[in-house]
Design a protein around this ligand. Structure first.
Ligand SMILES: Cc1ncc(COP(=O)(O)O)c(C=O)c1O
Length: 379
């Protein structure tokens, strides 16, 4: 969708891009300064496969300070984005035929990574009625003797849903009955959370030693292009990830690692400013989308996405063009309203579209107006 949007933009059409999964803010200046300093100090050589020890120690300190999680620095593996950390975790854990339970909607790459690891994805359909979160009963029902892992994100991309401590505790009770199942917890949106503090499932002692926490810098610090993320895991898993990464990409970029270190040591002022801006935008977009008849809109608790249900428009037409599914709606909005979104099918949900609000307030107001006009024409 982003590519089609760029093609329209190249023809001079004013396309508002709400399909991107990245903050529209610049990386804070003190982080960029640290990168320049790293180059000047010649941090330009190969790095240790799992990352510079000072960075891994700073990550362990962050996990203690912000998440109350105890990890030694040798349980941390720094990678080229949280994406590589997720891939490492799946590659070292999953054998052919192992089942990985993934609540839908889920981030696009999860099921593809499971496929690459020769595992089988088992989906649990989380519904809008339950704020796109699964229940303990649904989790229990999805478990089979082949289940190796449960993989999820909270806050979630694409729904923005956030599991509360109580909701995680209820899921943990199910895992306590199944001590053979590992948990892959993607916490990349940790800091874009509008309901108070983030809760990591690894905080529950009964599952900590079989949980792999993945986090990074892309979303919190607006550092998507720097490519840095990490996993924190039981030592054997971290060692295996180190071995794998050593044969694939080696250590991540030296300059980026020094920038990441500065980010962790620099406090959360900028991170919170960005979160507050997202919160304000969420309010604007929620108010405007809620006024559109036929659109079912949840209020997301985190991340920077809305995931409205557009299924009431299926079967409706304009100018001989009929909307049969979410992809038709997304394409219609792009071609007619010149607003680019992403079809829910990409995230394992056929009724919704994803609208990112990582854009300016003016763009968001204009985009919502265009969406309302376009959907209003469908009869
Ligand atoms: C849920 C989720 N996990 C992981 C990532 C990857 O993050 P990174 O840029 O650190 O690789 C993304 C990026 O969009 C994401 O949405």
């Amino acid at each position: 969708m982003a590519k089609l949007g760029r093609e329209l933009a190249a023809k001079g059409i004013n396309v508002i891009n709400l399909s991107f999964g990245e903050p529209d803010f610049h990386t804070p200046q003190f982080i960029k300064d640290a990168a320049v300093e790293a180059m000047d100090k010649n941090f330009t050589y190969y790095t240790p496969v799992s990352g510079y020890p000072d960075l891994r120690k700073a990550i362990a300190a962050k996990l203690k300070r912000e998440n109350n999680l105890d990890y030694n620095f040798d349980q941390i593996v720094v990678s080229t984005g949280a994406k590589q950390a997720l891939a490492n975790a799946l590659m070292v854990m999953i054998n052919p035929g192992d089942e990985v339970i993934i609540p839908t909607p889920y981030w696009v790459s999860y099921s593809e990574m499971v496929k690459l690891a020769e595992g089988e994805s088992v989906f649990i359909n989380a519904t809008a009625e339950n704020n796109f979160k699964i229940t303990p009963e649904e989790l229990e029902a999805a478990i089979t003797p082949k289940t190796k892992m449960f993989m999820f994100s909270s806050p979630c991309n694409p729904t923005g849903s956030v599991y509360s401590r109580e909701e995680l505790a209820a899921l943990v009770k199910v895992f306590e009955k199944h001590p053979e199942i590992f948990i892959l917890s993607d916490e990349i949106y940790e800091h874009i959370n509008f309901i108070g503090g983030h809760v990591s499932i690894a905080e529950f002692a009964s599952v900590k030693d079989r949980t792999i926490v993945v986090n990074g810098f892309s979303k919190a610090y607006a550092m998507t292009g720097w490519r840095i993320g990490y996993l924190a895991a039981p030592k054997e898993i971290a060692d295996a990830a180190d071995k794998l990464q050593g044969q694939v990409t080696s250590g991540s970029c030296s300059i980026t690692q020094k920038a990441g270190l500065a980010a962790l040591e620099g406090g959360l002022k900028e991170v919170h400013e960005m979160r507050d801006a997202f919160l304000k935008r969420r309010g604007i977009v929620h108010e405007l989308l809620s006024q559109i008849e036929g659109l079912k809109v949840n209020l997301p608790d985190g991340a920077f996405y809305f995931f409205p249900d557009v299924s009431s428009f299926f079967g409706k037409s304009v100018d001989g063009q009929t909307m049969n599914n979410a992809e038709d709606i997304s394409l219609y909005l792009l071609n007619t309203a010149h607003v680019s979104t992403v079809t829910g099918e990409a995230f394992g949900n056929e009724k919704c579209i994803r609208i990112s609000y990582a854009a300016s307030e003016d763009e968001l107001r204009e985009a919502c107006k265009r969406i309302a006009d376009a959907l209003g024409k469908l009869k």
